[in-house]
Design a protein around this ligand. Structure first.
Ligand SMILES: Cc1cc2nc3c(=O)[nH]c(=O)nc-3n(C[C@H](O)[C@H](O)[C@H](O)COP(=O)(O)O)c2cc1C
Length: 191
């Protein structure tokens, strides 16, 4: 399978960047072809301007060149993995903007939906599982991303994985990198 790994962090050498790299290594170890979309490093502009606003009067809007190129990259892959730090119990504005602009009407919803066999969101979080559960953040984030975006856009097999304690230091970064490698290696299991 060809898998697009989308990374949203201002620094490629961040822990988030290292997690994306480990996921890719795991995917490649399992025989998958990979592409990395490092949104910050590529200078992706997350702001929707009129050229990329959905048009309710047509099913055939031609979006901006930047978005058409992103749509091609998204559609030539059969799997997609989002890797990001959890910021304010959600995902970074950069990634939100990529979804806003690229997962657009008649590309990802409307007259056409996405054909990916599986989508996985990996969120790095400084906090822990019980804290997310206590406030309902876990349900909120997973509903937003898995149900509201993946499933809504036609990807029935959508998943969410946390990597908690991301700022704990010590052994934790190495453990997280190993967990991420395994997520990549086992990504297509059961498909
Ligand atoms: C703006 C901002 C908001 C954050 N909000 C949360 C949050 O809501 N929940 C949480 O668990 N961690 C939160 N964090 C901590 C990040 O998730 C943590 O710094 C990140 O996972 C560490 O990975 P990195 O070294 O790659 O940045 C936040 C960090 C920043 C900078």
């Amino acid at each position: 399978m060809q898998v697009l790994v989308v990374m949203a962090h201002p620094r490629p050498d961040s822990l988030t960047g290292q997690i994306a790299k480990a996921v890719i290594e795991g995917l490649q170890a399992a025989g998958h072809e990979t592409e990395l979309a490092d949104l910050y490093a590529e200078g992706f502009d997350p702001l929707i301007l009129p050229a990329d606003e959905p048009d309710q009067t047509t099913d055939n809007k031609i979006y901006s060149e930047a978005v058409q190129s992103e749509i091609k990259r998204l559609e030539r892959n059969q799997g997609v993995i989002l890797v990001f730090p959890i910021w304010w119990w959600s995902f970074p504005a950069m990634l939100k903007g990529w979804i806003d602009r690229v997962w657009n009407k008649d590309v990802a919803y409307g007259s056409r939906t996405l054909k990916h066999k599986r989508a996985l969101a990996i969120g790095l979080s400084a906090s822990d599982g019980p804290t997310y559960a206590k406030r309902g953040y876990d349900t909120a984030i997973e509903t937003q991303i898995v149900t509201g975006i993946f499933n809504y856009c036609g990807i029935a097999d959508g998943r969410f994985a946390y990597l908690h304690h991301s700022t704990a230091g010590g052994e934790r970064p190495a453990e997280m990198i190993q967990e991420a490698y395994e997520m990549g290696r086992t990504f297509s299991e059961g498909l």
